[in-house]
Design a binder for this molecule. Structure first.
Ligand SMILES: Cc1ncc(COP(=O)(O)O)c(C=O)c1O
Length: 445
């Protein structure tokens, strides 16, 4: 059980782990932030020479395509670093983003309304600044949780309120009543969710997206659809240009939307900080009188680009824009299949989940409505009798790290989020051995 003292014969030297934790000054290791855990593990790895199975951070674990890198290099050689990029993006990137969205989502958004931002996080910031402040009566952002903690931090920074619910028990037709119970209060400006969902890997169905879209029309709420894991529901072949199945989207059911496509995971381009914010053309053109409190104009699109992007980052890295423009062009011309590369994450998830399940662990978010949860970038785990925080503390001695679900707005406090991206298949044997030992040490019967 959880209170059993750890047998000192742990996979990672017990005394070293204990002394690094003691010296860190962190009183309750289970409550440490991800960055604190990362720092502790870095020290322990250095002192012991042993590698952890690192599942705590959602960073890409694959190489980016040389198409993007070479295009960036060429753009730098052409001296793009010396000039400011256009605030709303270079024309090639805007055009290829619009085509990409048509090809993979079957949605029409004009190049004008496709704007590169300094990472998708920046797209979220611009969204909250404009969509979240367009009407003083609508001062609250609704998160369909679990979700990405940074978004909640952004909402707080912008001075807005937030509300949220864990969607796991409100799937399919149950979503309508639950969502409407929030929207009918009249204070919600924006609904945000990620799809596939970080961390649960739940994927909304078209029926659910229709519910969200129809309610956003009824209550004039803007839907911020976070596609940080674009096309990563590997149960479907989303790789065929212009052919169904497409990446599912609320854009089929409302014009009150903006889409955030991150290049970090789907294109392994996290380091260059470029994301794609695509705003519905109708929303881009809408005017909201109350935006004049913050901007020189009341036009939505203008407030995003000339107002927010200009006065924060003044655009997005010039060379990265050329890189992603070239990459999207190759994808749109059917010369590069990005999904073939990232399927690796799904393959790792199959094996890793199996190792956890064979050693007494459970998958926390185990169902996607009536199907088993898909295999993707994340999965969620728990061990009987342990809270997420307790598990993190014990895992440190077993050479494993993951993130507590509690900080994602999840109601499942017993669980952890495991990210597959940084775990190299060559570490699977270590993972298996460490999980076996953990189970031997802590199983109740
Ligand atoms: C759900 C979700 N949204 C947004 C982001 C941010 O992506 P980016 O790296 O493009 O800023 C992440 C990154 O982990 C994420 O998981």
């Amino acid at each position: 059980m959880k209170n059993t003292p750890i047998d000192k014969n742990t996979p990672i030297d017990y005394d070293i782990v204990k002394s690094v934790i003691d010296q860190s000054g962190i009183e309750d290791i289970g409550k440490a932030t991800i960055r604190e855990i990362v720092r502790l593990i870095d020290i322990i790895e250095k002192e012991t020479g042993q590698k952890y199975i690192r599942m705590e951070m959602g960073v890409p674990g694959l190489k980016p395509s040389t198409i993007a890198i070479n295009a960036e290099k060429e753009a730098l050689d052409r001296n793009c670093a010396a000039s400011y990029p256009p605030l709303d993006g270079i024309p090639e990137l805007k055009k290829e983003t619009s085509k990409f969205i048509k090809n993979f989502m079957d949605i029409n958004i004009s190049p004008r309304s496709c704007i590169p931002t300094s990472g998708s996080i920046m797209g979220g910031y611009a969204t909250f600044m404009v969509a979240g402040r367009r009407d003083p009566k609508k001062d609250t952002v609704l998160f369909i949780d679990p979700g990405f903690p940074v978004h909640k931090q952004l909402v707080k920074m912008v001075g807005l309120k937030s509300d949220s619910f864990d969607v796991y028990n409100y799937r399919s037709d149950k979503l309508k009543e639950k969502l409407e119970s929030y929207l009918k209060k009249g204070n919600i400006s924006t609904i945000l969710y990620s799809n596939p969902n970080n961390p649960s890997w739940v994927c909304f169905t078209d029926e659910e997206l229709r519910i969200i879209g129809e309610l956003s029309n009824k209550y004039d709420v803007i839907v911020a659809e976070d596609l940080a894991y674009f096309a990563m529901d590997f149960r479907k072949d989303l790789s065929k240009l212009g052919k169904s199945p497409f990446q599912a989207s609320v854009a089929k059911y409302t014009d009150n939307y903006l889409i955030m496509i991150s290049t970090s995971k789907s294109f392994s381009y996290a380091g260059q900080r470029i994301g794609l914010l695509a705003i519905s053309d109708k929303l881009f053109e809408r005017d909201f009188e109350d935006l004049s409190r913050f901007y020189n104009t009341i036009n939505f699109g203008y407030c995003v680009v000339q107002g927010t992007v200009y006065s924060t980052t003044a655009g997005c890295s010039h060379s990265a824009q050329y890189g992603i423009a070239a990459l999207l062009k190759a994808i749109n011309n059917n010369e590069y299949n990005f999904i073939d590369d990232i399927k690796e994450y799904g393959k790792r998830a199959v094996i890793m989940k199996d190792l956890f399940l064979s050693n007494g662990f459970k998958i926390v978010y185990d169902k996607d409505i009536d199907e088993p949860i898909a295999d993707g970038f994340y999965f969620t785990i728990s061990y009987p009798g342990f809270s997420g925080e307790e598990l993190i503390g014990k895992f440190l001695y077993y050479g494993i790290s993951a993130m507590a679900l509690r900080c994602t707005g999840s109601e499942k406090t017993e669980g952890l989020r495991a990210c597959v991206s940084q775990v190299n298949p060559s570490q699977f044997t270590d993972l298996e051995n460490r999980l076996k030992q953990f189970h031997n040490d802590f199983k109740t019967s």
